[in-house]
Design a protein around this ligand. Structure first.
Ligand SMILES: C[S@@+](CC[C@H](N)C(=O)[O-])C[C@H]1O[C@@H](n2cnc3c(N)ncnc32)[C@H](O)[C@@H]1O
Length: 388
């Protein structure tokens, strides 16, 4: 770290490199307060505190910082469609893939106060095949206060605002104005304090996980940190394993190692499985001019919504252009965080049929985005809806 940088800038850069989190200029005043508070807590000047943060083993201080800096918003069965896809699409496939090993492992990365990991356990509880199978749900977060709350497993009605009454009745009992989670579900989840911003060999065991949930975490990360974290997730996912991101998050510009999947009104990703996929010929011949038309039509047939059609068509275009070689147009690198988020926002607006607002968002994207199939398709749909 450059010691000539002003202390506040060093602090901001250290937060990004050690934890992954990115804060823009509007947060400078607040960050300065956090820096002062943490230096005071150690009774040392901020220069000494920054040197402490720079040292490799600053584990407990990173936890204390996470407590100050992170957003812990979460609730049970958040984006419930994803849990439906987990039960009905992802789970049967992973059971087939692990038939010999009889062990399935799920990771909730950035689990906050536990609602996500417990939702996974509730969703899968009835779906384990008979005896002899082991389900392990590992849930990690850097914030120790959030993990304490997760282990207590007592929640307010607000955390259960999207939980259907049947699930509420089955897995919770009311006690002193709170809802206490059933011991069976509590016992299925193992919580640990881990830093997703680090190359932690015990967490990122190669090929260890069948499914990773990392939702609403990467959206707060600097682009480089998000990319490094996705690379670690990819390494630790079994080939053919699944990754669930948050509603407004995407792997665009972060990784080419996944297929985008869309079922049950939910988007999620599947790690490419080199062994199961036909290898490309050494020099793939260009596809005949009419190949993209029928293939695209087939890809979007039966799509329930424009958002689904755009997702499927963009994936199809990506596959076709990969096969056609480097000469074909393909999505440019989309590492700029603002662009990914804006695209997610525009798709959300389209889903809500707020066409004019979605068009404003798309038209404000940087010029480089115009070569991205998903952006192009979205733009076309919005222009059609606007009667242009
Ligand atoms: C908004 S919550 C998301 C909770 C849950 N995944 C969901 O979608 O409902 C983000 C969580 O990521 C955690 N987090 C942020 N940076 C982290 C890091 N470097 N290592 C581990 N956890 C981190 C925060 O502490 C916070 O609990």
């Amino acid at each position: 770290m450059n010691p000539d940088l002003a202390p506040l800038e060093r602090f901001r850069a250290l937060i990004a490199s050690r934890i992954g989190l990115q804060f823009d200029d509007a947060k400078r005043g607040w960050l300065a307060e956090v820096l002062r508070r943490r230096s005071d807590a150690h009774r040392e000047p901020c220069e000494a505190y920054l040197a402490r943060l720079e040292r490799a083993g600053a584990g407990s201080e990173l936890g204390a910082l996470a407590q100050e800096l992170t957003v812990g918003e979460t609730y049970f069965l958040r984006n419930i469609d994803q849990f439906q896809a987990l039960r009905e699409q992802v789970w049967p496939q992973r059971l087939r893939a692990q038939a010999a090993r009889r062990r399935v492992q799920v990771l909730s990365a950035g689990c906050a106060s536990g609602e996500e990991a417990y939702s996974i356990a509730m969703s899968l509880y009835d779906l384990l095949p008979a005896a002899g199978w082991e389900l392990s749900i590992r849930a990690v977060d850097l914030n120790p206060a959030a993990l304490d709350k997760a282990r207590r497993a007592r929640y307010t009605a607000w955390s259960l605002r999207e939980t259907p009454p049947r699930q509420l009745q089955r897995w919770f009992r009311a006690e002193g104005g709170e809802y206490v989670l059933d011991d069976t579900i509590r016992a299925a989840v193992h919580f640990e304090q881990r830093n997703l911003g680090e190359d932690d060999a015990e967490l990122w065991v190669p090929g260890a996980y069948d499914v990773v949930f990392c939702r609403n975490v990467l959206m707060y990360f600097a682009a480089g940190s998000a990319q490094a974290t996705v690379a670690r997730i990819t390494r630790s996912l079994a080939p053919g394993g699944y990754l669930f991101l948050g509603h407004a998050e995407t792997l665009r510009g972060l990784s080419q190692d996944y297929h985008l999947r869309h079922t049950h009104e939910a988007f999620y990703y599947q790690r490419k499985d080199a062994a199961a996929e036909a290898p490309l010929p050494e020099a793939a011949p260009a596809l005949p001019a009419d190949t993209a038309g029928p293939a695209l039509a087939a890809a979007v047939e039966g799509a329930d919504s424009w958002v689904e059609a755009i997702g499927r068509a963009a994936e199809r275009i990506r596959v076709l252009t990969e096969h056609a070689g480097a000469a074909a147009p393909h999505a440019p690198e989309r590492s700029a965080k603002g662009w990914q988020l804006a695209l997610g926002r525009a798709l959300e607006l389209l889903r809500d049929e707020r066409f004019a607002e979605a068009l404003d968002v798309v038209q404000a994207l940087p010029p480089a985005s115009a070569r991205d199939p998903e952006v192009l398709l979205l733009h076309a749909v919005l222009l059609v809806h606007g009667g242009r």
